[in-house]
Design a protein around this ligand. Sequence first.
Ligand code: KG4
Ligand code: ZN
Length: 359
Amino acid sequence: MLVTVRPTPILGRMAEPLVLGIETSCDETGVALVRGHDLLVDAVASSVDEHARFGGIIPEIASRAHLEAMVPTIERALATADVSLGEVDAIAVTAGPGLVGPLTVGASAAKALAIALDKPLYGVNHVIGHAVVDELVDGPFPERVMALVVSGGHSSLLMIDDTVNVTELGSTLDDAAGEAFDKVGRLLGLPYPGGPHIDRLAREGNPAAIRFPRGLTAPKDQAKHATDFSFSGLKTAVARWVEARQDAGEEIPLADVSASFAEAVADVLTAKTIAAAKAHGVQTLVVGGGFSANSQLRDMAARRCEEAGIELRIPPIRYCTDNGAMIAALGSAVVRRDLPPSSLDIPVDSSMPLTTVLV
Ligand code: KG4
Ligand code: ZN
């Protein structure tokens, strides 16, 4: 198991509550400490390598890994920040969405800490955390931002008011963007997870080599699904294209297929998001989630936001993948707004609605 700890040199204002955040929705055990908008430490233990040979996350393996990593990761985070448990003012934890077993390990740890320390518990939404983590990097959100959260599990377009009020504008109807990359990676024979491998290959290929379909962009779909995404038709189109070449005994031009596929995904994500931002008169776009590491998406979003006069905020990649900082950041935001703490018997919710920021 790989454990990394990232101390940060920033020390927070002492007046603000110190929030401990715990994230366990998938295969990363994340523990972070945030005071106000300042990140004191972000410690992550990942079980990703244990899943690679299965080609996907095995929830039971992830749960066991969280159980083993939880106490050492909390201890490392506290030691690195030179903070004692007694100094923690509030505990924030991912209550959903995610895998039930992994979520339960994190929620149990958070509840135990809240009881032992007699401090409030805040069960918060993982997907919203992917957007709000940007406050630690780029400062407080303006009154209204649009957020595109893209990862292996989610592709969601959100309107966020005052950081904690969320409206869901759209989402994927089938595969998430990262999931589509991982599936195409598998059919191209790349290791799991395929996303970063396709990204790397795509940088050497021609994005205009093959014109793959752009899901839900036809006029009839735009009427009903202007802010929704669909990537399964694209994934099937790539599979058909590859199969046809294989049947003809031709070599597959991996770089061109990757570049053309990545271009189609980035095109749809950015075109629909920027159109929605313009339609709602929103000046700031936040992009988060593991898939926002994707260079084709980053490049196209930067270019198109500049053309549209929209401020683009994408946190550094280490805050885009699952981590504790995103949960501590969202916890800090709800504490600052005096929202009521969660009950100690909150359940985890694998399909927590995105409009539920705090349970
Ligand atoms: O947020 P995350 O760490 O976990 C989930 O909540 O899903 O996102 C992981 C996903 C995987 O599907 C992975 O293949 C994809 O993000 N990913 C990428 C890149 N880096 C990670 N996809 C494309 N290009 C990348 N550079
Ligand atoms: Zn995530």
